[in-house]
Design a protein around this ligand. Structure first.
Ligand SMILES: *[C@@H]1O[C@H](CO)[C@@H](O)[C@H](O)[C@H]1NC(C)=O
Ligand SMILES: *[C@@H]1O[C@H](CO)[C@@H](O)[C@H](O)[C@H]1NC(C)=O
Ligand SMILES: *[C@@H]1O[C@H](CO)[C@@H](O)[C@H](O)[C@H]1NC(C)=O
Ligand SMILES: *[C@@H]1O[C@H](CO)[C@@H](O)[C@H](O)[C@H]1NC(C)=O
Ligand SMILES: *[C@@H]1O[C@H](CO)[C@@H](O)[C@H](O)[C@H]1NC(C)=O
Ligand SMILES: *[C@@H]1O[C@H](CO)[C@@H](O)[C@H](O)[C@H]1NC(C)=O
Ligand SMILES: *[C@@H]1O[C@H](CO)[C@@H](O)[C@H](O)[C@H]1NC(C)=O
Ligand SMILES: *[C@@H]1O[C@H](CO)[C@@H](O)[C@H](O)[C@H]1NC(C)=O
Ligand SMILES: *[C@@H]1O[C@H](CO)[C@@H](O)[C@H](O)[C@H]1NC(C)=O
Length: 706
């Protein structure tokens, strides 16, 4: 039997939950109408307010229809107030004028973005890692995604006790979906149940909090123990997406519920292009989560390496880019007088048998097709393609992808004489010494919405990650008839839950830390990455503060604290109107003073300079809070990145922290002239007391994107 939630709004919600169950999501699409989100801000307090009836009254009034059946898509009524409904353009206009309506905006379709990785990050298995299992087992991670496959071994509840007493959610996964003591909650906003039909949601969920499962592999490839960051934690699945994407109105509902259900952390591997915070449902939902002490971790996007492609841009969200680990998958192509290494996840074994190689599309039956791009051919024995993406893909038939140089060599070899032969081997695992390297697909800054806020914040493993999958999903698309329990995917979708797992892990040792403190700890203890090589593609605009280090993040020494009021000041500094501010925060806000956005107390520092400035000076004001030891003395060190001509001064240049929780402020002044217009100029500020190293990236840039 479904348990009714007993949440903050007590009785009210119980009554409403009964009403809501009769209003199901609408699937027919009236041509002249679209789904709009009618956002009404904070919930009025008091038991007499009934959001659902209010929402239906508004709809009835606007549409003039006594039956609004099918119009209401969903109501937001637990953590904030509003609803989504099918509206025509005139109706939208009328509703926007109504008292109490903060804003009306279109619901959008967002994209989904995809274990040795934990070893690589230094979070070892079993007893080698310090854990507080009692607290970990009381941790609830909310995952907003395509649902979950609860029967996966990664989500077995063997050894788990009942859900933590603070849990107020439900198991509402639809027919044939049963929660257990690991997957304690399930909600569905797509009308097809919370069961994961795609694989993405099971994959991300198991990366955050999957059990340790030995012998997990993709047909033997990557065989090892698959595990999440906090294997003892509980999972609540919020299904907003199917394989075609996610509706932003559903995402807002998921935040509304997850906050009220009592999750400790939200992982959301979903995104699109960057939009203003007041139009971004993930940012709005995450703002409410932050105000309740819940950190949201979000993928940066897979639109790299273009500049300005980062899709997750709010300072109250931890934004994650993707990079490689020291394990890579290589697929050898063997020809008569040599071999070459390609990439792919090729589970098919041609047993070393040679086949004719052809560089053409026709007459490929029984041959190996050498092709510039992936063409669907069921008759070719195997396909060899050219691919300069730096990650391995799965294909429904034998495949290896060669670098452009190797591919051209192969083409000339095949062309030079008829009857060339060769074969493609099964994929092998290799040790990648160059890791971590940022993935080409990982979305890059600068931040198009707030130019003085560095995004992404951090990078984490997101290339060739083996994790749980849905046996109903295909590992590589429709043509692939295989069904697997574990699969390999790449994407910032995969790096996001890695950082969510780290954040959950930190929280088990510091349950009283704010979302900003956890974010700061993760950022200031990150491994430094190399700003080098290929321009903007490999700078702080790719990896932010660097690569996540879970163990160091437990003990950062100092943190950069932020609360709701600081974020509001930041938005005021961006000149958001009071209407926009109300839309984000859910309450009436009056801006006072005029604080520059770059003075937000963020763990990184960034400023866009006007192009005409040959010489410049910018300052950043910051305040650190001691979370380390009393009586510690911190001194700053500035490390200029390769080729950077900047002068960086820190004042005062010593911080004495007498007690824990003490705060000290300082100012960083960056000056220079004629900086490289093509690249960000960057440095690191490192505060150290001899034990801790608290590192912040400092980035100044002109219009690198144009
Ligand atoms: C785990 O954390 C709880 C609450 O902070 C604490 O009481 C307990 O001693 C910790 N256990 C271990 C093994 O550290
Ligand atoms: C019910 O769930 C099982 C997994 O436990 C799955 O194999 C089966 O296909 C599901 N049935 C339906 C009708 O969805
Ligand atoms: C995975 O490794 C384990 C232990 O080495 C082995 O027993 C098992 O057969 C392997 N599985 C596959 C599919 O190769
Ligand atoms: C190989 O042959 C194909 C088809 O005959 C031709 O289009 C291509 O230019 C040749 N490539 C090289 C590198 O010789
Ligand atoms: C950065 O690159 C330089 C030169 O290639 C190398 O010496 C250094 O170790 C690298 N640093 C890191 C953190 O990878
Ligand atoms: C906000 O408005 C002030 C005053 O007009 C202006 O100086 C400032 O550049 C604006 N800030 C942004 C981020 O647009
Ligand atoms: C441009 O330079 C002037 C003079 O140094 C300085 O006052 C101003 O803040 C600079 N503007 C930016 C955006 O750096
Ligand atoms: C930044 O810090 C300096 C030095 O403490 C101070 O004079 C200035 O008022 C501060 N600016 C803001 C916006 O807080
Ligand atoms: C910090 O130093 C002061 C002065 O030396 C001392 O009285 C105090 O006990 C120290 N505090 C701690 C927690 O060690």
């Amino acid at each position: 039997m479904e348990k009714l939630p007993a949440n903050l709004f007590g009785l009210l919600t119980c009554v409403l939950a009964l009403v809501l169950s009769s209003v199901s999501a609408v699937t027919d699409d009236p041509q002249d109408k679209q789904v709009y989100i009618v956002y009404m801000g904070s919930l009025p307090s008091g038991l007499e307010y009934r959001p659902m009836s209010h929402h239906m009254n508004i709809l009835q009034e606007i549409t003039g229809e006594s039956s609004i059946n099918g119009r209401l898509v969903r109501s937001y009524k637990r953590s904030f107030n509003g609803f989504a409904a099918w509206l025509s353009e005139p109706e939208r206009q009328r509703i926007a004028e109504m008292e109490g309506v903060v804003s009306v905006f279109r619901s959008k379709k967002l994209k989904l973005q995809t274990t040795a990785s934990w070893d690589f990050m230094g979070l070892k298995e079993g007893k080698n890692t310090k854990r507080n299992l009692t607290v970990e087992s009381d941790t609830i991670v909310g995952v907003i995604d395509t649902g979950i496959w609860p029967e996966s071994e990664s989500f077995s509840d063997k050894g788990f006790g009942p859900p933590p007493s603070k849990w107020k959610g439900v198991c509402s996964g639809g027919k044939n979906f049963t929660c257990n003591n690991k997957v304690i909650g399930a909600r569905d906003y797509e009308g097809e149940g919370t069961r994961d039909l795609d694989g993405h949601g099971s994959h991300t969920s198991s990366i955050v909090a999957g059990n340790a499962v030995a012998g997990a592999s993709f047909f033997g490839i990557g065989n090892g123990t698959a595990r999440g960051g906090v294997p003892a934690a509980r999972i609540a699945a919020y299904k907003c997406c199917d394989s075609t994407g996610c509706n932003s109105d559903a995402i807002l509902s998921a935040f509304d519920d997850a906050i009220a259900d009592g999750v400790d952390l939200i992982s959301i591997s979903v995104g699109g292009v960057a939009i203003r915070y007041d139009e971004d449902t993930t940012a709005i939902g995450a703002f409410h989560a932050m105000a309740r002490g819940i950190l949201t971790v979000n993928s940066a996007g897979n639109e790299g390496p273009n500049p300005n492609s980062v899709g997750s841009v709010a300072p109250w969200i931890l934004t994650v880019g993707a990079s490689t680990t020291n394990r890579e998958f290589l697929t050898e192509v063997v020809i008569q007088n040599g071999k070459t290494l390609g990439r792919s996840v090729n589970s098919f074994d041609l047993e070393g048998k040679n086949y004719p190689l052809v560089y053409a599309r026709s007459n490929v039956k029984g041959k190996i097709l050498v092709s510039r791009e992936l063409v669907s051919s069921d008759v070719a024995v195997a396909t060899i393609i050219k691919d300069n993406r730096n990650f391995a893909i799965i294909n429904s038939h034998p495949l290896s992808a060669l670098s452009p140089d190797d591919f051209e060599f192969l083409v000339s070899y095949v062309n030079s004489t008829k009857s060339r032969q060769g074969t493609v081997l099964k994929t092998e695992t290799d040790f990648n010494q160059k890791a971590p390297k940022i993935a080409s697909f990982s979305s890059r800054g600068p931040n198009p919405i707030a130019v003085d806020l560095l995004k992404p914040d951090i990078t984490a493993p997101g290339v060739e990650i083996l994790a749980a999958y849905s046996p109903l999903g295909s590992p590589s698309g429709e043509r692939d008839q295989r069904h697997v329990k574990y699969s390999v995917i790449s994407g910032t979708s995969m790096s996001c839950p890695h950082v969510a797992g780290v954040a959950a892990y930190i929280r088990t040792f510091h349950p009283d830390w704010s979302p900003a403190a956890i974010q700061s700890a993760i950022m200031t203890t990150a491994w430094s990455m190399n700003a080098s090589e290929t321009g903007v593609a490999s700078t702080e605009f790719a990896y932010g503060a660097g690569h996540v280090d879970p163990i160091a993040a437990l003990n950062p020494g100092l943190v950069y604290e932020l609360d709701k009021a600081d974020h509001i000041t930041f938005l005021c500094g961006l000149n958001y109107t009071s209407k926009a501010l109300k839309l984000i925060t859910g309450e009436a806000v009056t801006c006072t003073g005029n604080t520059l956005p770059r003075n937000l107390n963020y763990p990184s520092m960034s400023a866009k300079l006007s192009k005409t400035n040959s010489s410049f000076t910018v300052t950043f004001n910051r305040t650190v809070t001691n979370v380390g030891t009393p009586n510690s003395t911190y001194k700053p060190k500035i490390v200029l990145n390769h080729g950077t001509k900047l002068s960086v001064e820190v004042s005062p240049n010593v911080l004495f922290m007498k007690s824990v929780k003490e705060k000290q402020s300082f100012t960083v002044t960056v000056s220079g002239s004629n900086i490289d217009p093509e690249l960000p100029s960057s440095a690191s500020l490192i505060w150290s007391d001899g034990t801790h190293k608290v590192r912040s990236p400092i980035v100044v840039y002109t219009d690198v994107s144009q």
